[in-house]
Design a protein around this ligand. Structure first.
Ligand code: G1P
Length: 301
């Protein structure tokens, strides 16, 4: 825990649920965890850990499953690779390789069975203990220039409750997300949550504000998860555990995120993320942009 300007305690631990099978990316994900698919030259998971580290998170717990141990290796030292880069004088790459092992303290635990997001967060209970913590879902991340997590952590330190983040989605898409009913507050883009429902049909959805994959939660969530019965899709849903805390009087707030979010959970969003981040890269962006323009214009193949 760290303290913010007002002296309140700010979460320093994060949980990344990453035990899923990633059927949408088969056969690529038969042997490679989807979290390690590269976006340009870094795995998706690294962008997420970088986002956490930039927000002051120092302790990251990866909730993994069978066949996904290589995710943990990515954040380990590689003295053999480092020695080779040093010999070659490739100091830039050396720094990049070292940086991955210095971002945060990485821990891991297993979710033995894929029983839902709530269940995945629940297995983190003993690692987290009694302090608030962040949850970052493993297939989306925010643009580095438009951070979201720092304001979520600050808000949670003030309220002591649950802090969510929302994006406005097309009303036809509500059945893919947790959806909230809300009241506005005096602060622009901060809302008070009055209800939460997991994956409602458009007809049942109370709004078009969808929960995005960032949460800051008090440790009371663990008891709520333990009491949560399987819900949408037959899974133990984090949304249902949060709704139970809300009903018991825990304050729940949300920040409406207006920045750019990369959603790599599906092949189309993944491809868009690769292109969007490649054009921004100082080392290859200019050339890539030129080629892309010609390609899209039909001049190159
Ligand atoms: C999960 C949550 C959902 C949230 C979504 C954000 O769903 O259960 O409430 O809106 O992540 O990506 P999943 O995408 O795991 O089905």
């Amino acid at each position: 825990m760290t303290t913010n300007a007002s002296g309140a305690r700010r979460a320093v631990k994060a949980v990344i649920p990453a035990a899923g099978l990633a059927t949408r990316f088969l056969p690529a994900t038969k042997a490679v965890p989807k979290e390690l698919l590269p976006v340009v030259d870094r795995p998706v998971l690294q962008y997420i850990v970088e986002e956490a580290a930039a927000a002051g998170i120092t302790d990251v717990l990866l909730v993994t499953g069978r066949g996904k141990t290589s995710m943990v290796d990515h954040f380990d030292r590689r003295p053999d690779v480092e020695a080779r880069l040093e010999e070659k004088g490739d100091l830039e790459r050396l720094a990049e390789v070292r940086r991955t092992s210095e971002l945060a303290n990485i821990y891991t635990c297993r979710q033995g069975e894929p029983l839902g997001l709530g269940h995945a967060v629940g297995v983190a209970a003993s690692h987290i203990g009694g302090e608030p913590f962040a949850v970052l879902l493993g297939d989306e991340f925010c643009d580095v220039d438009e951070p979201l997590l720092p304001s979520m952590l600050d808000l949670q330190a003030q309220t002591g409750g649950i802090v969510l983040a929302f994006v406005e989605v097309d009303p036809s898409e509500t059945s893919r997300y947790g959806i909230a009913s809300i009241e506005t507050t005096d602060t622009e883009d901060v809302v008070k949550v009055t209800g939460l429902v997991e994956k409602p049909s458009p007809a049942e959805a109370p709004s078009n504000l969808a929960v995005l994959g960032r949460y800051v939660l008090p440790a009371t969530i663990f008891d709520a998860i333990a009491d949560t019965k399987p819900g949408s899709g037959g899974e133990i849903q984090l949304t249902d555990a949060m709704a139970a805390l809300l009903a018991d009087g825990t304050p729940v707030h949300g920040i409406v995120y207006r920045g750019h979010r990369y959603d790599t959970g599906m092949p189309l969003g993944y491809l868009q993320a690769v292109v969007q981040l490649a054009v921004k890269r100082p080392d290859l962006g200019e050339e890539f942009r030129r080629w892309l323009g010609e390609f899209v214009g039909g001049g190159k193949g």
